[in-house]
Design a protein around this ligand. Structure first.
Ligand code: CUA
Length: 357
């Protein structure tokens, strides 16, 4: 018995020591997550006290009033006890009423619209990736900042996500930053995130938390919490058009991009003569600054030339998708098809995309 207890205790101690908990809501990195964590600690503390009180009362009763050898008398038989029943109804009611006060306050605080100097980001869930648009960060050509799967937000300032879905219900969940909230087609839902200043420089992983078919487990998101200056630098860079290459393998890559990839992907490009135009269709992730992202495929693959070549060659081999069911006319997109490009075309495309920083 003692051995079992010590093994369980050791397990608990070791689990609490682990520092590698990137998706723990018990390691809050935003004002909102701290509120959720504070509420959890309060409720958990009360529940712990009740647990031990009940267990001690139970054990004492069992030991003290157990049947003793030689005592065959029948215990007193009772049916109902009004006073006891009133007491054990009132005590839990009072406890729940006490817990309800901070719970409701936290709920209302988290749901209240963000005020002050708020950064707005429109989030659209897709099978199986995230689209982020910053409607208030607009380039000279009038095009807002658009990116995919890696959300950048400034530390110390509130960002409000305005979320919806292009297809089925998804759920945005980055536990250290905020609670979980669904993205529902035809509806706008909101999340506020005010990252702590101490979180600047961190990249916090999250993922879709509502089953959305094949690619659900691979619908991940990374939130880059940037120091305010770094955020401004990043945003300014993202507004720059991508250069249309004039030399090297990337020239052929741009041809393939315009002819094949642009069926589903957009890029805001600057032609050699200086004109800026947006090419392609915004069905898949915007690729203008593809190389500025650490990962692709919605957070599942490190952004390297090898991974990208393998992905273009056969995307469904690296992530479960169903592009054979795509019906672009009806707006149904279930993954990136294998276009059967030859190795030279793939190498040229990789060259192009990895130059779009
Ligand atoms: Cu999107 Cu699960």
């Amino acid at each position: 018995m003692r051995r079992i207890v010590s093994i369980v205790a050791l397990g608990l101690v070791l689990a609490s020591c682990s520092s590698n908990l990137p998706q723990s809501s018990l390691n809050p990195k935003s004002v909102e997550a701290q509120k959720i964590d504070g509420l959890w600690i309060l409720v958990f503390s009360i529940a712990t006290v009740i647990f031990f009180a009940v267990q001690i009362a139970l054990i004492v009763s069992i030991v003290r009033w157990r049947r003793r050898p030689g005592d065959d008398s029948e215990p007193k038989q009772t049916h109902g006890n009004t006073r006891l029943e009133i007491v054990w109804t009132i005590i839990p009611a009072v406890i729940l009423a006490v817990i309800a006060v901070p719970t409701l306050r936290t709920l209302f605080e988290l749901r209240a619209p963000a005020t002050g100097d708020v950064l707005r980001v429109k989030v659209t869930g897709h099978q199986w990736w995230w689209e982020f648009e910053y409607p208030d960060i607009v380039g000279p050509d009038g095009r807002p900042l658009i990116t995919a799967n890696e959300l950048h937000i400034p530390a110390g300032r509130t960002t409000e996500l305005e979320m919806t879905s292009a297809d089925v219900i998804h759920s945005f969940w980055v536990p250290p930053l905020a609670g979980k909230r669904d993205l529902v087609p035809g509806l706008t839902t909101y999340i506020k995130i005010t990252p702590l200043e101490s979180a600047a420089g961190e990249v916090i992983p999250g993922q879709c938390a509502e089953y959305c078919w094949l690619g659900h487990a691979d619908m991940r998101v990374k939130v880059h919490v940037d120091a305010p200056d770094d955020f401004e630098t990043w945003a300014a860079g993202q507004l720059e058009p991508a250069p249309v290459p004039t030399t090297g393998a990337a020239v052929g890559g741009f041809e393939t991009f315009s002819g094949v990839c642009a069926t589903c992907h957009q890029a805001n490009v600057r032609q050699p003569d200086g004109t800026v135009e947006t090419i392609g269709t915004a069905i898949g992730p915007d690729l203008t600054h593809f190389a500025s992202r650490d990962t692709f495929g919605a957070g599942i693959l490190e952004n390297t030339a090898e991974h990208l070549a393998a992905w273009i060659d056969d995307p469904s081999a690296l992530k479960p998708m169903a592009p054979e069911l795509n019906d672009l006319d009806r707006g149904r997109v279930l993954g990136m098809p294998d276009y059967g490009l030859d190795p030279d075309q793939i190498a040229e495309l990789v060259e192009l995309l990895e130059s779009w920083k």
